[in-house]
Ligand binder design. Sequence first.
Ligand code: ZN
Length: 509
Amino acid sequence: MKKYITTPIYYINGAPHVGHAFTTILGDVLKKFEQMRGNDVFYTTGTDEHGQKNQSSCQECGMAVQDFIDMRSGNFQKLFDAMKIDYDFFVHTSSQQHKNVVKDALDYIYKKGLIKKKSYEGLYCEGCEQFKKPSDLDEHGNCPDHQKAPKLITEENYFFPLEQDRQWLIDYINTHPDWIKPKRFAKEVLGMLAEPLDDLCISRPKSRVWLGVDLPFDDDFVTYIWFDALINYISSIGWKSQGDNAAFNETWAHCTHLLAKDILKTHAVYWPIMLKALGIEPPEHLIVHGYWLGEGGIKMSKSLGNVVDPYEVMDLMGIDPLRFYLCNAMSLSGDAQISIDLLKQGYKQLANNIGNLQMRVLKMIAKNLDGKVPSAAHLEAEDKALLENVANTFERIYKYGEPSLELVNELSAEILKAGDAVNAYFATQAPWVLAKDESKRERYEAVIYTTLDALRLIAVAVYPFMPSIAKKILVSLGQNDEIKAEFKPVVLKEGTQTIVGDPLFPFIA
Ligand SMILES: [Zn+2]
């Protein structure tokens, strides 16, 4: 099956932070999970290079527009490349290809008579680049996201009405209970749909904003940033209003958008109604996540010194443990916490769990068995039960799991549980004692075999989170590093040469 996974395209007016890193890592983890199940995946990420905020940042820098865009967008691409993200396409909204699709889509909707021009007086927040209703503001009359009072402005603009599709969208959500995951966000969207929807202003006068896509039917205006940005999900896979969309349709049929909760309304209200106007089905799934806060649930800020810099983390422990931490710690019910200390705790857990197990068993057989995998001929019931438990758990998740935060939470937790179970088995069986008694040779070999084969299963399961750690373990077990979601126990062959390599998780202070 062909699957399509997207991250939001990130605003280049700021620097990439751990929140961007998480969403993009999550997409990469889900891509690897799907590939292991034999699915084809097209994975996109990218940058949103238009709009008033980028325009202001560009003017402050005093740079030529394209140089500014290349520099700021490059910061995101550089981070994602440093994190070894396996994206298939990096979106630039300033690319001609994307702009052409935005114009095509607008033109199509305009010709259907779904766009109207009117004069509008409203409270405009520059930070949000949106008009605000008085009910959106806090008790001081400020935008709650920007702590600034919006400006009252009157201007002519083009509008895309949404209200006519409100009931359709409510029905869609009610008949597609797993459209928005986790479910609590579907409830939030239904709340947004409880009241009539205002027309969406889809233009900005060029006198105010020039960094954008010209409206195809009025070049005094550029396209509202969200109308432009959301189109990336269809421009990346070649949608066009006329002609053959067979390839597009095949890819779009199984599309999952990943997003943080602050952009839920744009993705779950505006976007499906825009798609409907274009004659396109809603994306198959939206996966919505909370924010990353500092330790203790405090918002990260430079002044508090609790900002987690992805580069600093990678320098300290490499990318794999960061990937594992983020997927394991993201909360389903709210926001999650991150700090260098929490990351170090997560790292030590991995080192004590998977890292120790691998090093102890490999060192032991290097000493007693010339580093060769022993026979599985004398496995006892408890050995087989351990292997079957581990194998069945992973088999079930890989067979039936659907991409979601629940999935990455559960899988990462089960990997740690399996590691704990094998460590406990190893400690109870005490193979270092068995090794000293020639009459217990068969038992010794069975315990070693069981431990090695369990480690192999864990290595396969952990691949989406920690691809290079997974491959290192498999290579140390004398396996090739081709990874498939196959979880049969008792696969290691007797006599296979194992290798004691460097520690998987070297000591960090
Ligand atoms: Zn605002």
